[in-house]
Design a protein around this ligand. Sequence first.
Ligand SMILES: *Cc1c(COP(=O)(O)O)cnc(C)c1O
Length: 369
Amino acid sequence: MTRLCDLAPSNIRAIAPYQPGKPITELAREMGLKPESIVKLASNENPLGVSPKAYEAMQDALEDIARYPDGNSFALRDCVCRKFKLQPDQLVFGNGSNDILELAARAFLTPGTEAVYAQHAFAVYALVTQATGATGISVPAKDFGHDLDAMLAAVTDKTRIVFIANPNNPTGTLIGKQALRHFLASVPKHALVVLDEAYDEYLAADIKSEALSWLDEFDNLLISRTLSKAYGLAGLRVGFGVTSPAIADLMNRVRQPFNVNSVAQAAAVAALQDDEFVERSYALNQAGMLQITQGLAKLGLGYIPSYGNFVSFHVSNAAEVYQQLLKSGVIVRPVAAYEMPDYLRVSIGLHSENARFLEVLEQILQARS
Ligand SMILES: *Cc1c(COP(=O)(O)O)cnc(C)c1O
């Protein structure tokens, strides 16, 4: 007898599930550790937590929780328009920016079409592509970064989306503005370029993205931003896409009517207006990045210079080191699924968390030698 699950489309059955960072509560259960004693540097979350203003906004929003959210995110849309000097019809809001990536895929990909992305690029690009039945084309990386020439060469008549992560996760590599602009000008108009800028807030002023100002020029560009990283709202799930009105309209047709909840909308408005919190988060990340990379160098470990709030470092027996770190209550992220089996990715935390990570790592390496 045929089983129902065998009747699911083969592209769905072949999906390899996303491997998230291990939650603190799960490790506490597994190892019998106190949750407070665990350091999680595994999901590029903001170690400062959330803006106090956003926290207050969330509490206020709870009063109205019996009501459906505003399906058009009016207040949030207005806030984003003012902050980034955009028009309301250029925006799509998502349940995290992962939702934006998925909406783009749902709007443009079908079996027989193709999506292009880079080797070692964010795993969600391959996932959302495969879910549509389209063909994912992974283009070999160059020095762990996007090889734009090779990606351009991989674009065919069937290509509908090219995914670019800038900076990329988990490698932390950044494409320079000129190279990116040249690439955008070269991609044929039958392909949408999805430019994922989840870590833009962690870039120094002189290298921050200017892509929002390129939207007038490229009507096949979609820029995605998230509130999960520097804005500290990962648990609430809010992100947005900025694109041409015609593309935003298509994406809005395939999204759920209430995909961004009311607490998230309220928190996002407050978070986007709290520049001081984002500046503090940036400064903490700069200091922590120095602390961790200097610490890794002292341990003789190589790392990929990173523009994000995380860094991937080289260590032999990475899977074993990951397990040993877990036993000591330190959660980092294995990246074997990104074709980087000899690397681990660590998120930049508070000074004390970074120190604890380096200390435990040193003990593990010493015990091995
Ligand atoms: C973390 C991350 C995101 C953000 O995902 P959300 O769904 O907004 O939490 C998007 N893209 C990349 C490359 C990331 O690393």
